[in-house]
Design a protein around this ligand. Structure first.
Ligand code: HPA
Length: 279
């Protein structure tokens, strides 16, 4: 759960290990995107299990630690690895790390993930800047009693993936000569990959990529007033879009291949937003 007192405890656990400044930008790294983390000059590294209340990640490829430091001169608060609904965590449990960063002073959040592509014109290896999401998971972390100290009971999602941060991500990509497209992310609960019939339905509903994360974090972030930008690596074509079956190995291997490119894009984006922080 992510009640105020629980969040305060997690904040205290982090503060005990890190008394320096808290970066304004945080990132959650998705499957196989760990190389970004390797380039961070971390002043502080804390395994999730040492942060009061943080659930440990159970998926291979998700390291499960918090890094606070800088990457090529830009301050960054990095969650290397995330929790998922399909691991059995409640949506409310997934809210805790996001509320914790907000209480520590983070202002904007980059959400990354690996996702299945729904459009043949954007094959595996493509990068998608998330314009919006469809919550098909059946869960919302903001159900239950609302604590006004975090945000309002009913909250607007019309600019959930912040327009100006999206524009920054697009210009960072252009500057680095990295191809990206803009599209809608749909979250399923998982852990099964979708059936081809579901995939056809999702494409008709207006989704461009399908995955098993990101939406609970985005909802929590928007509720508590963090600005969000999202980036999906199309790690595979969703079931039925290509003839090949979907496997986690493929997802992971494709993510590994794209790591350097994604890291370059993220570093350029961070330079852009952290320079703006200082002007
Ligand atoms: N479906 C759902 N989640 C995913 C996929 C997929 O095809 N690829 C990576 N995460």
């Amino acid at each position: 759960m992510a009640e105020f007192a629980t969040v305060e405890k997690s904040v205290a656990a982090i503060r005990q290990r890190h008394d320096g400044q808290i970066p304004k930008t945080a990132i959650v790294l998705g499957s196989g995107l760990g190389s970004f983390a390797e380039q961070i000059n971390a002043a502080t590294t804390i395994p999730y299990e040492e942060i009061s209340g943080f659930p440990a990640s159970t998926v291979a490829g998700h390291a499960g630690r918090l890094l606070i430091g800088e990457i090529e001169g830009s301050p960054i608060y990095c969650m290397q690895g995330r929790m998922h609904l399909y691991e059995g965590y409640s949506a409310q449990q997934l809210a805790l790390p996001i509320r914790t960063m907000k209480m520590l002073g983070v202002e904007r959040l980059i959400l990354t993930n690996a996702a299945g592509g729904l459009r043949a014109e954007h094959p595996a290896g493509s990068l998608m800047v998330i314009t919006d999401h469809i919550n098909f998971s059946g869960h919302n972390p903001m159900t239950g009693p609302n604590d006004e100290r975090f945000g309002d009971r009913f909250f607007d999602m019309s600019n959930a993936y912040d327009e100006s941060l999206r524009a920054d991500m697009l210009s960072a990509a252009e500057q680095e000569g990295i191809d990206v497209f803009s599209g809608v992310y749909l979250q399923v609960l998982g852990p099964s990959f979708e059936t081809p019939a579901e995939v056809r339905m999702f494409a008709r509903l207006g989704a461009d990529a399908v995955g098993m994360s990101t939406v609970p974090e985005c909802l929590t972030a928007v509720h508590c007033g963090l600005k969000v930008v999202g980036l999906s690596l199309i790690s595979n074509m969703a079931a039925g879009v290509s003839a090949a079956p979907v496997s986690y190995e493929e997802v992971f291997d494709e993510a590994k291949k794209a790591e350097t490119r994604i890291t370059r894009l993220l570093i350029a984006f961070l330079k852009m937003v952290s320079n703006a922080d200082h002007t």
